[in-house]
Design a protein around this ligand. Structure first.
Ligand code: ADP
Ligand code: ZN
Ligand code: ZN
Length: 731
């Protein structure tokens, strides 16, 4: 008798045994339908066994094998198993989570949407060379030369028999069969078609980086590509990808965010017109996601551009992994299955024996440490390609002498750029008008009744919004506690800064770019067009403006309220702030004149600002490493955080105290802290608490977590919910 061990989408850290007749490994990785309790469930066979701990009588049979092709190869399963083990998350849920929604149900997947693509040779081919008897082939070639891609349906419209005619074109190497990748809709189409699609002559440091990566192409090697903004990291990725693609292998490119950077997708498509490129991210609908996933899984899609979830995409011919902006916190999932896509990408590359490139101007300290100890190889691009680095300076604020929150030096600098018809970006990392509304007679503050957070004032609707739980309310006509009708907005958000700039520079065109103003399909790309066309003089915006966008005429960047992020309880705050400010500062100076960055601060001598001014990331990261070493923080210790939430804080804390007691006897070489309320105690009406565990030894931590989570999984009566976050980024 054969036993198939099946992963099911249930929160239990076990596989489920079923009888099967089919033999051999062909069942491993297969989707199956199995009886589970009173219903049927879809699962994935993870392994085969000869015997089961279940008595024969209780062993049920697999009802049905669901697909012809196996969704997961043995190698894909190896990564998923690692992820389940490392993050101590139920394997069944890890595996089922890695499938697109549609494949988690029993229904057969819809037919693949096939598309036909012109190749480079096909583009250059002369349609007249096709014999007159094959008129249909001619018509198809001409149509494809014009359209580049035709779906199966579009082909049928040319003629019912077009499908057989296209085969001849495929044989001649003029046409490729691929998957219908979702085309960017016209509104979201990249504004500026990439300025250059042909490869550049590489700079010396780019050439060295590419050479080192390619020398390792048949082995696992992790590279940290540390390049200042504008140093041409993308070109290094493209060159390395080109070689790997030319060998018929697949390339996985992970990015923090796709919606904000359509330029990258356009650039990839333009550089590799013959390669089937698909994207994988949460902005796709179920059908698109499934189609793209299947294209990756079949090996047809050779370039996969995705956000963190793409790290699990099955890629049978994977040859290179690239993680752009590897320091970005969005690679870490913070709820449920708390995995780091960057870290799993490294594991994946090592399991496959292929290189991985982690690119950043401000690497995560963990990554930097790995490069310092030689585990990763450091590749550096120390200089900007076209431009001089921007000049970064601090502007000391005297609160008594600001104009609506803007220092006079800032205003003078903006005025100077206006005169020269150059653009300015005013960066403030808070949307809305003001972060809180206050009553000066009794001290009342607009707080959210569901979260430990302030409600943000939004104009012109005169509403108070909670940025954490989404709660909205109208501004009260008077103070709810003392009845004072004069409530004052405190502090600044993007709307207020916009307002101040419009008043101060009535003749300038000011554009606000934040999550509120860019809502809706196509809005942001419309704005980018206006910015490029110089229809905007001053941009006011949040992080959206910091991420990966080149604005050719932007010469000055003004940073407001950085101090607010300087002193935070989180030991990673300064690392994050440095990365953010570097990214924002990098937007300056792609214009003709010398770029300039002004940081408005009360603490111009703070070491973080000093390092930023000197643009010395090595010095900054060394200082941080030294501090972390002395303080006993990561990367010198390894952490895991047990989070609990419940309607009442006491319940959450009690649960964690129980959990701490459950650790007795197994807590060797690990340090368990006390259960404490989370930094944000209430969120959406639930109270949150946490318990930190750490160890200088990663293996010791994981031995402990394995035993501990087994005890935690036992059924409880408590109304608390818990989740374990291994290598947490936020405490
Ligand atoms: P990064 O990602 O490191 O911030 P980019 O990849 O955006 O930098 O490159 C900055 C600019 O330099 C881009 O406009 C890019 O097209 C251009 N560039 C890159 N490599 C070269 C090169 N070898 N020669 C000329 N221009 C280049
Ligand atoms: Zn009051
Ligand atoms: Zn709230």
């Amino acid at each position: 008798m054969k036993i198939a061990r099946v992963a099911l989408d249930v929160p239990l850290s076990q596989l489920f045994d079923y009888r099967t007749e089919s033999d051999g490994d062909s069942l491993v990785g297969q989707r199956v339908l199995v009886p589970f309790g009173k219903r049927h469930a879809v699962g994935v066979v993870v392994e085969l066994a000869r015997s089961s701990e279940l008595p024969d009588a209780r062993l049920k049979r697999i009802s049905r094998v669901l697909d012809d092709a196996r969704p997961f190869s043995a190698e894909d399963l190896k990564l998923l198993r690692f992820a389940g083990d490392y993050y101590h998350y139920p394997l069944g849920q890890v595996v089922m989570n890695a499938l697109p929604q549609r494949l988690r149900r029993a229904a057969p997947p819809p037919a693949r949407a096939v598309a036909y693509q012109i190749t480079q040779a096909g583009l250059q081919a002369d349609a007249k060379a096709i014999s007159a008897r094959a008129l249909l082939q001619r018509r198809i070639l001409l149509a494809l030369q014009a359209e580049r891609v035709l779906t199966s349906d579009a082909l049928r419209e040319i003629a019912p028999s077009a499908h057989s005619a296209v085969k001849a074109l495929i044989e001649r190497g003029w046409v490729q069969r691929g998957v219908a990748a979702p085309q960017p809709t016209p509104a979201e189409a990249p504004d500026s078609v990439p300025r250059q699609t042909a490869p550049y002559a590489l700079t010396g440091s780019q050439a060295r980086a590419v050479e080192e990566i390619l020398a390792a192409v048949d082995n696992f090697h992790a590279f940290l590509l540390l390049g200042v903004t504008g140093s041409g990291k993308t070109e290094v990725y493209l060159r390395a990808a080109e070689t790997v693609l030319s060998r018929g292998r697949q390339v996985l490119l992970l990015v923090p965010e796709i919606a904000l950077t359509p330029q990258l997708q356009a650039m990839l498509q333009a550089r590799f017109p013959e390669v089937c490129l698909v994207t994988l991210h949460s902005g796709l609908n179920e059908t698109e996601r499934l189609q793209n996933w299947l294209a990756a899984q079949s090996g047809e899609a050779r370039l996969v551009l995705g956000t963190r979830l793409a790290v699990f995409a099955p890629l049978p011919r994977l040859g290179l992994v690239i993680v752009d902006e590897e320091h970005d916190p969005s690679f870490k999932q913070t709820e449920g299955f708390c995995y780091s896509a960057r870290d799993l990408a490294v594991v994946r590359a090592s399991q496959r024996g292929i290189p991985i490139v982690l690119g950043s101007a401000t690497p995560a300290l963990e990554t930097y440490q790995n490069a310092s100890t030689g585990r990763y190889r450091l590749l550096e691009l120390p200089e900007r390609i076209n431009e001089r680095p921007p000049r970064i300076q601090c502007v000391t604020i005297d609160p008594a002498r600001t104009h609506r929150g803007l220092a006079p030096q800032m205003l003078a600098a903006i005025e100077e750029r206006l005169r020269r018809r150059e653009q300015t970006l005013v960066f403030i990392n808070r949307r809305g008008y003001a972060p809180v509304l206050m009553c000066h007679s009794c001290g009342w503050l607009s707080g959210c009744h569901r979260c430990s957070a302030q409600l943000v004032l939004h104009l012109p609707a005169r509403e108070l919004h909670c940025h954490h739980c989404g709660h909205r309310a109208a501004v009260p006509p008077a103070c709810p506690t003392c009845g004072n009708p004069a409530l004052s907005p405190i502090g600044q958000g993007t709307q207020r800064v916009e307002d101040a700039l419009v008043r101060h520079f009535p003749e300038a065109k000011v554009l606000r770019v934040d999550r509120d103003s860019t809502r809706g399909k196509g809005v942001w790309s419309g704005m980018r067009e206006r910015i490029e066309a110089r229809e905007v003089d001053i941009l006011v915006g949040t992080q959206i403006l910091a991420k990966g966008h080149d604005f050719a005429h932007l010469a000055l960047v003004c940073i407001l309220n950085a101090d607010g992020m300087l002193y935070s309880a989180d030991f990673r705050a300064s690392e994050r702030l440095y990365a953010l400010l570097t990214q924002v500062a990098g937007r300056a100076g792609r214009a003709e004149s010398q770029g300039e960055v002004l940081i408005q601060t009360e603490f111009p001598d703070h070491p973080l600002y000093a390092a930023l001014r000197d643009q010395d990331v090595h010095r900054f990261l060394h200082q941080l490493l030294a501090q972390r070493g002395v303080g006993g923080f990561p990367p010198f210790v390894h952490q895991a955080l047990l989070r609990a939430e419940a309607p009442q804080l006491e319940t959450a804390l009690e649960y964690l105290e129980d959990a701490k007691r459950a650790a007795r006897g197994i807590e060797q070489d690990v340090e368990l802290f006390d259960a404490v309320p989370a930094a944000m105690v209430r969120l959406a009406g639930r109270a949150r608490a946490q318990l930190l565990v750490q160890s200088a030894s990663r293996p010791a931590l994981h031995v402990f977590l394995r035993q501990w989570t087994a005890r935690l999984s036992a059924p409880r009566s408590s109304s608390a919910r818990w989740a374990l976050d291994v290598d947490p980024l936020e405490l």
